[in-house]
Design a protein around this ligand. Structure first.
Ligand SMILES: [Zn+2]
Length: 268
């Protein structure tokens, strides 16, 4: 039988609910090379902001480790599929850091274009996290313009797990990894917030902007799905960047590669 005073202390302790953040296991973020080359920047402005015809582009994929769970964010080009697809297979890169694609629990993609969905195939056990607008575009008949049907073919045929997102998604339920709705580039375009203990919050913005100048100027490519949505999404991310003092990473801008440690190292 506990003495009343000890009993009271234990009961009080049992009532303490730790904030979700305090229960978060270690989270790490690794950048993987998923292509390198050039693009014509004039295509990326609907207000004729650029006159150069060549700008270096990089293509980035990411691995998030949350405790013992893995998530991949964007899967890059299928190696060799186009001149910019200079990358090694994503599965090979993951094996270099001792991750088997079968272990990956979630594959989040920013949007349905080929340079982000070229290597979905190896992740047979994962749940695909994709904006509902993009999933609707992939499954429509005929599919939405720009949807990389080759990349999704097996996922659809094998009825692999899909979670189409119409709202933000707190992936692990502790606020450390959150898919953010940032529509405009495509109907269901998404970004990813990863809150790291040492580095602080990082936002991977998919193709919300393709390079720094467009991010700063709220520039919109002429081929975007919706201009007003793009600008609203840019404003949203800039507010989050300010409020959380977050590091924003433009996935196609080679100048942003250095914001994370070089592979195989991970940001923590
Ligand atoms: Zn795109």
């Amino acid at each position: 039988m506990l003495k009343p005073v000890v009993h009271a202390v234990l009961c009080a302790a049992a009532l303490v609910v730790l904030p979700a953040w305090a229960q978060t296991p270690e989270v790490t973020l690794t950048r993987l090379d998923c292509g390198t080359g050039f693009n014509d920047p004039r295509r990326f402005s609907d207000t004729f902001a650029y006159t150069d015809d060549k700008k270096p582009f990089t293509f980035s994929c990411y691995l998030i480790k949350h405790g013992s769970d893995y998530m991949v964010w964007d899967t890059g080009y299928l190696p060799g599929s186009v001149p910019n697809a200079t990358n090694k297979p994503l599965a090979d890169l993951l094996k270099q850091i001792n991750v088997n694609p079968d272990q990956v629990k979630f594959v989040g993609i920013s949007h349905f274009h080929a340079d982000h969905t070229g290597q979905l195939l190896p992740f047979a056990n994962a749940t695909l996290l994709i904006g509902k607008g993009d999933w609707d575009g992939v499954t429509a008949n005929p599919p939405a313009q720009g949807a990389n049907m080759t990349g999704f073919k097996v996922w659809i045929a094998e009825k692999r797990k899909v979670e189409p997102l119409s709202m933000d998604k707190d992936v692990f339920g502790d606020g450390s990894v959150v898919v953010l709705r940032t529509p405009g580039h495509t109907p269901g375009h998404s970004s990813l917030l990863v809150r790291l203990k040492d580095k602080g919050p990082v936002i991977l913005i998919g193709d919300l902007a393709h390079f720094q100048e467009n991010y700063e100027a709220n520039g919109v490519p002429g081929f975007n799905y919706d201009r007003a949505q793009t600008i609203a999404s840019l404003e949203r991310i800039k507010q989050i960047e300010k409020n959380l003092k977050a590091t924003v990473i433009i996935q196609h801008d080679p100048r942003h590669i250095g914001k994370l440690p070089a592979f195989p190292a991970a940001a923590r």
